[in-house]
Design a protein around this ligand. Structure first.
Ligand SMILES: [Zn+2]
Length: 678
């Protein structure tokens, strides 16, 4: 293991709030790992920040008709605050719109440019003539050439996951004006990833302990063969290309975003008053660089960024990229546009951060997609946090208060059972440690909870409520052992439950500075007075989680209605004017209406046309009651050939408007009955 660790977690786009999927992908695992290593007294820093460039930002700004700066300011501030509230312990949370970042990414670009790495190529690109701009990435929508999905984006189809380029889309339209784009030539700089392929293959093969989902994805990119990839875009928002012929162009967001880790580390060092310190973390071989990301970012962190860093030459390469798969929500794919998401700020209004840290930690999508459900949330809080951990600690401390005046008893003449339970502390500690080091956080959390389970079982088996009369020494031993386990848990669980374990350590009198190494089976000395027992975890009632599920369903429903497209009937073939003019349309007043027996649909309506009264049958009985329509003046096709239905002759037709949901509306007029509708 190297001297120091640099942890980065994926820079979230500053165009929306943080949700559970973000947390499960990168931030919670990165935080668990960092907190564990800090407890181990490792020299470790955790760097993150807002990704403030790229098309998603400018599109969000255009949607709201505000400047991109306004969007990134808003979400940078909000996201930074919500991460802090949730207990994600960043050393620095930067932003890619900073001056340090502009300079750092331009320097790296220029170094590679001067080495002659980039190829400048003229490329055919889609261009919106009305908006007067090229249409990179998400500025184009169209039909996916792979699966036929009609709403694919210029960089990706969200239905089949294919990575696309805008010119591949069938029937492309501009996302700005809805116009059909034209093709225009433009120059861009490309990184010839193919040249890096042999090196990348060897390098990825040489990586120890990479997760199979990560190496698998890298291998499939390599097997397909790497090709040139543009590192610039025709956009006005981003880091300007620092070349005389690069005017009006910016660096591709995926070229500059990972460099954001470097610029944020520089700013962190600056803030500490040691401006050169960042180099120790980025340029000293004795650093382990670990990128925590979601699976959609693997290609950028395992292929593009390492190729950039390698070619630059001054930087360390990632030791590991423990990418997670995706988190689903209540069995469905998480979707922010459809409102199928749990936003962290909303969660924190209703619940404590540690509950979610625990539940999400036990369900992280480490090797395959996993699912978060409110039911599971309730179950784990109630049956694990409350019934196992909380109950065990409560029993241990409240019994000590009742029978030993709150003073930790002596251990004397312990039985084999007592000794086994004490030994479990060291055994579990080793298992937990191994799991954390291997990025298996679910396992680390399960093994920690297992120690509480062992403690709970031991407490029940040794029956201190009985022994306190028959054998006070045995009762004292039970409480001594239970308090040792509780004390160990207050440190072992610290990475997962920082707030709750802080409370528990306070109660037991375990020093805050207790490190992982110091955890053993006599952490709390005999004779130490402990604080009053309190409830660590309240149980969650059924209606509380039902409300959350309801909220989710309602919001997704609203969004569906908002997004639902009206399907219009295709136009009929055109008719000549003569045919049209031969239709005689008149205003007619409904004087009487009644249901026809045996017919579900038909109403028998008497219409006054001024010069005569007509009987017209109309199939609107399911939509209108006879009383409602009497008195309306409506439009009638007056010269339609008579038609017999249910034994009654109908003379004409009443015009109706029909909505997409099938509901009907009269075409009403204020003209006098009998007057022509022209
Ligand atoms: Zn597709």
């Amino acid at each position: 293991m190297s001297k120091r660790i640099l942890v980065t977690s994926a820079l979230p786009y500053a165009n929306g709030p943080i949700h559970l999927g973000h947390l499960a992908g990168a931030y919670l695992p990165a935080d668990l790992y960092t907190r564990f290593q800090r407890l181990n007294e490792k020299d470790i820093i955790h760097i993150c920040g807002s990704d403030e460039h790229g098309v998603p930002i400018t599109i969000a700004a255009e949607k709201e008709d505000v400047s991109p700066q306004e969007i990134v300011d808003r979400y940078h501030t909000a996201n930074k605050a919500v991460f802090k509230k949730f207990g994600i312990d960043f050393d620095y949370y930067g932003r890619t719109s900073s001056e340090t970042h502009r300079k750092t990414s331009q320097d790296i670009f220029l170094k590679l440019y001067e080495k002659g790495i980039f190829k400048k190529k003229s490329q055919e690109q889609l261009y919106d003539e009305e908006a007067d701009m090229f249409l990179p990435d998400r500025y184009v929508k169209g039909t996916c050439p792979v699966c036929g999905h009609p709403e694919a984006y210029g960089d990706q189809c969200e239905k089949c996951g294919s990575s696309l380029s805008p010119t591949e889309l069938i029937d492309p339209v501009s996302a700005i004006t809805g116009n059909k784009p034209v093709i225009k030539k433009t120059d861009h700089w490309f990184i010839p990833l193919g040249d890096f392929q042999p090196w990348l293959e060897t390098w990825i093969d040489s990586r120890d302990n990479w997760k199979p989902n990560v190496t698998g994805q890298c291998k499939s990119w390599l097997n397909a063969g790497l090709s040139d990839r543009a590192v610039t875009r025709d956009l006005s928002w981003g880091v300007p290309v620092p070349l005389p012929d690069g005017e009006g162009k910016v660096l591709y967001v995926w070229f500059d975003a990972p460099i954001g880790y470097i610029s944020a580390t520089k700013e962190w060092a600056e803030q500490k008053g040691e401006p050169e310190l960042w180099k120790t973390y980025w340029q000293d071989e004795d650093t382990s660089l670990i990128h925590f990301i979601g699976k959609d970012n693997i290609v950028f962190h395992c292929i593009m960024f390492p190729a950039t860093l390698k070619e630059h030459g001054d930087y360390v390469l990632p030791e590991n990229v423990p990418a997670n798969e995706f988190l689903n929500l209540e069995g469905r794919k998480l979707s922010t546009s459809k409102g199928w998401a749990v936003w962290l700020n909303e969660y924190l209004n209703d619940f404590e951060p540690d509950l979610l840290r625990y539940v999400l930690g036990t369900t992280l999508p480490e090797t395959k997609d996993s699912d978060f459900s409110w039911n599971d949330f309730q179950n784990r809080v109630n049956s694990e946090l409350a019934d196992i951990l909380g109950n065990f600690v409560f029993r241990s401390t409240s019994f000590t208060h009742r029978f030993f005046d709150g003073s930790v008893p002596e251990l004397s003449n312990p039985t084999e059972t007592d000794m086994q339970a004490l030994k479990a502390i060291g055994e579990q500690k080793e298992k937990i440690e191994a799991a954390y080091k291997a990025y298996r956080f679910r396992e680390a959390i399960a093994e920690t909870m297992h120690l509480a389970r062992i403690g709970n079982r031991y407490f029940t088996e040794t029956e201190p409520w009985k022994t306190r009369k028959e054998n006070p020494e045995a009762c004292g031993n039970t409480l001594y052992v239970s308090l040792q386990i509780s004390s160990a848990l207050s440190v072992l669980f610290q990475p997962v439950l920082p707030q709750k374990m802080h409370l528990l350590r306070n109660q037991l009198g375990i020093p805050e500075a207790t490190t992982w190494q110091k955890i053993n089976d006599h952490l709390i000395p005999s004779g130490q007075i402990i604080g009053e027992a309190g409830i660590l975890f309240e149980k969650i009632e059924d209606e509380v989680v039902e409300k959350q599920v309801q909220k989710l369903i309602e919001r997704a429903g609203e969004n569906e209605q908002k997004e639902e497209k009206v399907e219009y009937e295709p136009l009929k073939k055109s008719v000549d004017f003569g045919n049209f003019a031969s239709l005689d349309l008149r205003a007619g007043k409904i004087e009487h209406a009644e249901k026809i027996k045996k017919s579900k649909k038909l109403l028998k309506i008497t219409v006054n046309l001024g010069f005569e009264k007509r009987t017209i049958l109309s199939g609107i009985s399911e939509y209108f009651k006879p009383d409602e329509i009497i008195g309306k003046t409506v439009c009638i096709v007056a010269n339609l050939e008579p038609k017999k239905m249910m034994g009654i002759e109908s003379n004409g037709m009443i015009l109706m408007g029909e909505n997409s949901d099938g509901s009907l509306h009269f075409v009403e007029t204020t003209a006098e009955p009998g007057s022509p509708v022209v």
